[in-house]
Design a protein around this ligand. Sequence first.
Ligand SMILES: NC(=O)c1ccc[n+]([C@@H]2O[C@H](COP(=O)([O-])OP(=O)(O)OC[C@H]3O[C@@H](n4cnc5c(N)ncnc54)[C@H](OP(=O)(O)O)[C@@H]3O)[C@@H](O)[C@H]2O)c1
Length: 210
Amino acid sequence: MKVAVLGGTGRMGGAIAMQLSRRNEVVIGSRDRARAQEAAGKVDGATGTDNLGAALAAEVAVFAMPYEGLGAASELASALAGKPVVSAVNPLKLEGGFFRYALEKGSAAEELARLLPGSRIATAFNHVSSLFFEKGEPVAMDILVATDSRETFEVVAGLVRSVPNLRPLHAGPLSEARVIEQMTPLELNLAKLNRTGSLTTRFVSVRDER
Ligand SMILES: NC(=O)c1ccc[n+]([C@@H]2O[C@H](COP(=O)([O-])OP(=O)(O)OC[C@H]3O[C@@H](n4cnc5c(N)ncnc54)[C@H](OP(=O)(O)O)[C@@H]3O)[C@@H](O)[C@H]2O)c1
C-alpha cells in the first residue's frame, strides 16, 4: 500500500517508516519538505514531501507527531477523506518523574476523528517504543488496534502484518483508544521503576478445553 507517515521525520515516524517500507510504498510527511526528503533518504524506497502532499498521495496515513501538533490535522481533512488513518499519538505528561496520561476524557485518536470527519480513524502502534522498530526485524509482539469498522481494522491489520513478528489484535471501537494510549505511560513507568529497558506487549493465551 502507499502509506504516508506524517511527522515521519521524528523518532517514531522514522522507525515505523523503516519497518513499513519492507512491503509498502512509504511517503514521509513533514511540515518542511526538505526535512522530509532528508528523512526519506534513510528509508529504503521512501520519498518525502510536506504533510499535505504525503496525505494526498497516500492510500492510508499514520500520524506520528506529538499530541500538541494534532490540531494541524484539520488542514489535511479533504486530502484524507475516505481513507484509513492510524493514530500512534499518545498524550503524555511527566509529573514528579512519573509518566501520566494527559487527557481528562476521550483520547487523541477520537480527537483526530473529530478533526478528520471524513476519514476512517484507527489507533495502533501507540504502546510500542520506537526502539523496537529501529533496527532489523522487531521481536514478536501484539499491536492493539481500535477502530469502529471491521473493514478499517482489516486494512490496518494488513499494515501491521506487513512487518515481521507483529500480530494485530482487534481491541474494539475507537472509544477504546483511551485504554490503548494509557498503556504507554504504564509501560514507561514499569520500565523506569523496574529498570527493565523498554517494554511492550505480547499477550499469552490458553483455550478452555473443559
Ligand atoms: N517515540 C516513541 O517511542 C513513540 C512510541 C509510540 C508512540 N509514539 C507517539 O508518536 C508520536 C511521535 O513521537 P516522536 O517521539 O517521534 O516525536 P517527535 O520526534 O517529537 O516528533 C515527531 C515529528 O512530529 C513533527 N512535529 C513536531 N511538532 C509538531 C507540531 N506542533 N505540529 C505538527 N508536527 C509536529 C516533527 O516533524 P517536522 O518538524 O518535520 O514536521 C517531528 O519530527 C507522539 O505522539 C508519541 O506519543 C512515540
